[in-house]
Design a protein around this ligand. Sequence first.
Ligand code: ADP
Ligand code: MG
Length: 240
Amino acid sequence: MKKAGITIKDLHLSFGPTEVLKGVNLDIKPGEFFAFLGPSGSGKSTLLRSIAGFGPRPKGSILIGGKDVVALDPWKRNVGMVFQSYALWPHMSVRDNVAFGLRERRIPAADIATKVQEGLELVGLAHLADRMPNQLSGGQQQRVALARTVVTEPEVLLLDEPLSNLDASLRVQMRRELLRLQRKLGLTTIFVTHDQEEANTTSDRMAVLDGGVIQQIGTPQELYDTPANLFVANFLGTAN
Ligand code: ADP
Ligand code: MG
């Protein structure tokens, strides 16, 4: 699968008079598993959505694979996004949910069938292709949402708190599965979470956000060993 790096330069975004992203700079390597970690309201979703192309157009630049996408519509960006609520179509089978994005791209039916099968195998759900979403557990629905995104072969996978609707033990299991899948596909991935353990156990590197500003970027180890400021230290629980 193709994978692209992401470079963000001096990104600003306001809702009306309120500035929510206040000059974000970021460099994510191709194939990296990168986490945005921060408290509720810190701007994680807004930053992720602006990479995907949803919401108001920010100032600054967002390069995906070296190309500035800031003025492009979402479907021209080669990104796939999975949301906190899985948002499967309730009236469509698992198979049709996964096929939906491919049909929109006018891919031949035989190729769609193959891709859907591969996508469902990837998340271990090929045997449930004919089920309806309401006949699946939360974890299974989230796997379908992931398969649905991955089959479109994005260069970048964006995940906004994808596990936070699951109960604690399932969350840990899904976290491992997500990481396994990401490693297997080598997909550049941004994982948004307010849960530091989740960021820690999955990410190659992470950015800690507060108040629309990146407080620190580094590997989990680096952030724990040498937090840049009191906010990071407190948030990661390393302050004395
Ligand atoms: P997080 O995902 O880290 O919880 P968000 O990116 O959702 O944070 O929100 C960051 C800030 O932007 C919050 O103060 C939130 O109230 C505000 N915000 C988010 N979306 C909108 C919107 N559509 N209109 C106005 N304010 C918004
Ligand atoms: Mg959010």
